[in-house]
Design a protein around this ligand. Sequence first.
Ligand SMILES: Cc1cc2nc3c(=O)[nH]c(=O)nc-3n(C[C@H](O)[C@H](O)[C@H](O)COP(=O)(O)OP(=O)(O)OC[C@H]3O[C@@H](n4cnc5c(N)ncnc54)[C@H](O)[C@@H]3O)c2cc1C
Length: 400
Amino acid sequence: MFAELPAHASELKQRLARFMDEHVYPNERALLAPPPESSRWAPRPLALDLMREAKAQGLWNLFYNHGPEGQGLTNYEYSQLCEVLGRSLAAPELFNCNAPDVGNMEILAIYGTEQQKQHWLKPLLEGEIRSCFAMTEPRVASSDATNIETRIERDGSDYIINGRKWWVTGAPSERCKVAIVMGKNDPTAPRHKQQSMILVPMNAPGVRVERALSVYGYEHAPLGHAEVVFDNVRVPAENMLLGEGRGFEIAQGRLGPGRIHHCMRFVGLAERALEIMCARAKNRFAFGSTLSDMGGVRQAIGLSRCEIEQARLVTLKAAWAMDRLGNKEARNEIAVAKIVVPTLTGAVIDRAIQVHGGAGLSQDFFLAEAFAETRFLRIGDGPDEVHREALARFELSRTA
Ligand SMILES: Cc1cc2nc3c(=O)[nH]c(=O)nc-3n(C[C@H](O)[C@H](O)[C@H](O)COP(=O)(O)OP(=O)(O)OC[C@H]3O[C@@H](n4cnc5c(N)ncnc54)[C@H](O)[C@@H]3O)c2cc1C
């Protein structure tokens, strides 16, 4: 661990930081402001322009290491770039590095057939379309994915899908053209062999995006999250991913890298929060001194530095373990990062809000939305308790 970045990755990181300075921060408010009601789910021309620019500069598909469309970076290397682009909530999409598309591209690259890759992976890698991942359901506790009730039933040369999903990130966007849907094809099979994943075009008859969901009031349009109904949706059998009953196998492969990417982006957000916390504290006067001269604020700053270092180290260790051992063998390191990082970075951002006073809660700073984002990850991709339970099982299993 702690190896210097190789020249290629280091040069990419510098160019990425320059792009953030020149194009992302100056446009951040415009990129994150709620769009007009009439074009809520339409792509923003500014975002499309910046995507073209990032692509032209070769700052594209930085996460992808399954072929020449990406940059060939290891998880350890990409994590360090992810920290840079994670500094702004507006940035990941501009580099084609946003959730859930990244995870879906990973699935298609690893488990997709040639035909599935041509049809869906290619345009996703080009940034021409977007995708969503539909697993969670309102009716059942979905942190236990064996509960998922959506049915995927074979009918001749097709499958028919029936179910209700929610928290489907990206589904409301006009650019979202395909969903990866998880559902049961055989409720009588052993518990972890009942679920499959299948590709469903968003324009297939019977797919209905019923309503958008907000996070602490943030709608995240034009990407957004939605409740989606699959009502007798018919897709050809070749849309099945990997094979019937192999949904859990795919879920395992998908979630490792995605979790680490979230964590590293949060380290970037927290680092930026600490920077503006210090700047604000030095320039704000109260009760005869600057805020930065007050003991409580100084403690907040020192503690924040400690927590960012902890968050970065556990994430880099997980990325390093994934490179050396594979996603499955690195699952404990991934779980530790997934539990620890949103809490630590959320605490840093919360302190930055406090030091900013009312301004910290307003739309004038990125802090309020960043806090909501870190809070979401204590539930999204599996709640903290589920990951702690998995760690406990492992620790107990190796104690006589
Ligand atoms: C902003 C956002 C985006 C999302 N994007 C997507 C997406 O794109 N696609 C998708 O499919 N899903 C998505 N999700 C859904 C997310 O993954 C689920 O909310 C999560 O897995 C938890 O499932 P649940 O909401 O059904 O909670 P439940 O399963 O009902 O769990 C509720 C609570 O029970 C407790 N609990 C559960 N298990 C245990 C345990 N073993 N021990 C102790 N306590 C426990 C925890 O406190 C947990 O928070 C998203 C969620 C959010 C908020």
